[in-house]
Design a protein. Structure first.
Length: 171
């Protein structure tokens, strides 16, 4: 099959490569480029293990053809933070938000996009935001704990950066 030239910027680095028009983005990232953070679970849009961010929005990389991502900025779990661990990564460790870890990169990439838009969610909202991500180990309670904890940390960091005072029990 004739390959097509595309450009992908992954975690801030621009790459030029040739791909078959039928190739899924998740395979390009993993097999052609070595970004193995996004996992392949179902390849049918069901599990969310392959979630990355494309131009800032969480997408399931098994639902996007690599050629459709031509020119896009892609962030994988490997590039989520360039300054140590992201608060979500810290909180997933602290709250034991993973067991086998297979779903974890996708969970975190979905949550990171969600918390950008909704910095102070309640537990039910977190569950709804993650409904497209399946944990086969069923560790949802701790996953929600982790996202809740990360949201609090990010809220505190933002307040500190603004030189503000964190309100006790504030919304
Ligand atoms: S591998 Fe993409 S949603 Fe399951
Ligand atoms: S921790 Fe095993 S799939 Fe979620």
């Amino acid at each position: 099959m004739t390959e097509q030239d595309i450009t992908l910027t992954v975690n801030g680095t621009e790459h030029e490569l040739s791909v078959e028009p039928r190739e899924l983005l998740v395979h390009t990232l993993r097999d052609d480029m070595g970004y193995t953070g996004p996992n392949v679970g179902c390849e049918t849009t069901m599990c969310g293990a392959c979630t990355v961010q494309m131009d800032g929005d969480a997408v399931k990389a098994c639902t996007v053809l690599a050629v459709q991502a031509d020119g896009a900025e892609i962030t994988t779990i490997e590039g989520l933070s360039d300054d140590g661990d992201h608060p979500l990564q810290e909180s997933f460790q602290e709250e034991h938000g993973l067991q086998c870890g297979y779903c974890t990169p996708g969970m975190i990439m979905t949550a990171a996009d969600y918390l950008e838009d909704e910095p102070d969610p309640d537990r039910e909202e977190i569950r709804e935001a993650l409904e497209g991500n399946i944990c086969r180990c069923t560790g949802y309670q701790n996953i929600v704990n982790a996202v809740e904890s990360a949201a609090e940390k990010m809220h505190a960091e933002d307040a500190a950066a603004d030189g503000g005072v964190i309100e006790e029990g504030g919304d």
